[in-house]
Design a protein around this ligand. Structure first.
Ligand SMILES: [Zn+2]
Ligand SMILES: [Zn+2]
Length: 424
């Protein structure tokens, strides 16, 4: 029954597979829709947490700016911010839906096959090992023989070019004939599994993140270098000199689409991510950009520790003196470092001056408001004193009332005198 396996199978064969449609994570919402909804939930959810921290002033020691600065230095109301963010999210959802509309239905069932493909690649790489080691003067085959004799058969097999004589399996060919074929070793399958399930997705994320950072850096920098682009689009985001969490996506809709939506879209598409991966990627990008605008420098926030691009770093870019620096967003700062746009000067004194100036303005406003209130009070009291009816009937009524009051007063006084006489 056995066939000549050494001819038929140069490599361990790949398993067969059956594809089935991937079940949605949260039925009845499709994964595509969920990947569009999750970033919006994350945006407003995290923003609300920061908003409550702001409102109840829970961590004043970690604030980058004082409440006085929030009050005095921003050139836009919170409601305008909310309105523009919602508009950007509507645009990004429509764009995301349009892209996902052309996506093929995702299937599962091919994973074992894909792992085996990686195992085959690992086996092929081993074949070049003896030749490669010979280049640096190592006799791989001789070494393999010694290792084999001392019981290290796996290492010996790898060094001899991926030859594992004892590793075979019985398989049924399409013709129904049983055959003996080479098999993968356990370490090859473990490594292949790690590459397929962890390493490749990790590289996909690294790629997508690099694409977004690169895309955003050059567009962002262009928006500052080109006056028309700045005035027309990007200046809107810079109305927030004191950023707060839900101002993260406060942009002109064109900028929002060009930088955020298109940037993450290109990152996702070129990394060839699955919809499930895109859920992580879109949501993490959103969380990162909200955190970068939160207005706090927390010592325990992991998002602010993973990279140097954090709330304190991006806040510098929102200041009038740092606006031509720190363009990098949202993950890493390598472009700022490489192209010399990272802010290197002092920040402590500059922040202190901003705080003092805003505090002074608030105090001046409070003093002006108090003075105005006193003036109004005095004026209204003066008006009561000098108030006099203008028509003659009313004047007569007032005179009669005054006279009767005087008479009553006199009566009272007389009564009082009488009482005191009686008491005496
Ligand atoms: Zn900017
Ligand atoms: Zn910003």
């Amino acid at each position: 029954m056995a066939s000549n396996t050494s001819v038929v199978f140069d490599l361990p064969p790949l398993p067969s597979y059956t594809l089935t449609t991937r079940e949605p994570l949260l039925t009845p919402i499709s994964d595509n829709i969920l990947s569009l909804i999750l970033p919006i939930i994350a945006y407003w959810g995290l923003s609300m947490v920061y908003h409550l921290i702001d409102v109840y002033d829970l961590f004043p020691q970690y604030r980058l700016h004082t409440p006085a600065e929030v009050l005095k230095r921003n050139h836009v109301t919170r409601w305008h911010v909310v309105r523009d963010v919602i508009l950007q999210q509507v645009v990004q959802t429509i764009a995301g839906y349009a892209v996902s509309y052309f996506d093929e239905q995702e299937c599962v069932g091919k994973e074992e096959y894909d792992v085996a493909v990686w195992a085959q690649r690992i086996r092929i790489v081993q074949r070049v090992l003896p030749g490669f080691l010979a280049l640096i003067g190592i006799d791989a085959l001789g070494l393999a023989k010694n290792l084999s004799r001392s019981g290290h058969t796996m290492l010996a097999g790898a060094l001899s070019g991926g030859k594992y004589p004892g590793m075979t399996q019985s398989i049924i060919l399409e013709s129904g004939v049983e055959a003996i074929a080479p098999a993968f070793t356990e370490w090859e399958m473990t490594l292949a599994s790690f590459i397929f399930w962890y390493f490749v997705p990790f590289l996909q994320f690294v790629w997508a993140i690099s694409v977004v950072d690169t895309w955003q850096y050059f567009w962002h920098r262009a928006m500052h270098l080109n006056r028309w682009l700045y005035v027309k689009f990007h200046s809107r985001h810079h109305r927030l000199y004191v950023p707060y969490a839900f101002g993260a996506l406060y942009n002109h809709p064109v900028e929002g689409f060009l930088l955020d939506t298109a940037g993450t879209g290109v990152g996702f598409l070129t990394a060839r991510m699955t919809t499930r991966q895109s859920m992580w990627f879109f949501t993490m990008s959103t969380i990162k950009t909200v955190d970068d605008h939160c207005g706090y420098e927390f010592p325990w926030d992991p998002l602010q520790k993973i990279t140097s691009n954090n709330a304190a770093y991006h806040d510098i870019h929102h200041q009038s003196w740092g606006i031509k620096n720190n363009f990098s967003q949202p993950f890493f700062i390598f472009w700022d470092r490489m192209l010399g746009t990272k802010w290197e000067g002092d920040v402590k004194n500059r922040y202190e001056r901003s705080r003092e100036s805003a505090q002074k303005k608030v105090e001046q406003d409070a003093a002006a408001a108090a003075a105005a209130a006193t003036a109004i009070k005095e004026r209204s009291e003066g008006a009561v004193v000098s108030e006099e009816p203008t028509d003659s009937n009313a004047r007569t009524r007032l005179r009669r009332k005054t006279l009767s009051t005087s008479v009553e007063d006199l009566k009272g006084v007389t009564h009082g005198v009488a009482s005191s006489v009686l008491q005496a």
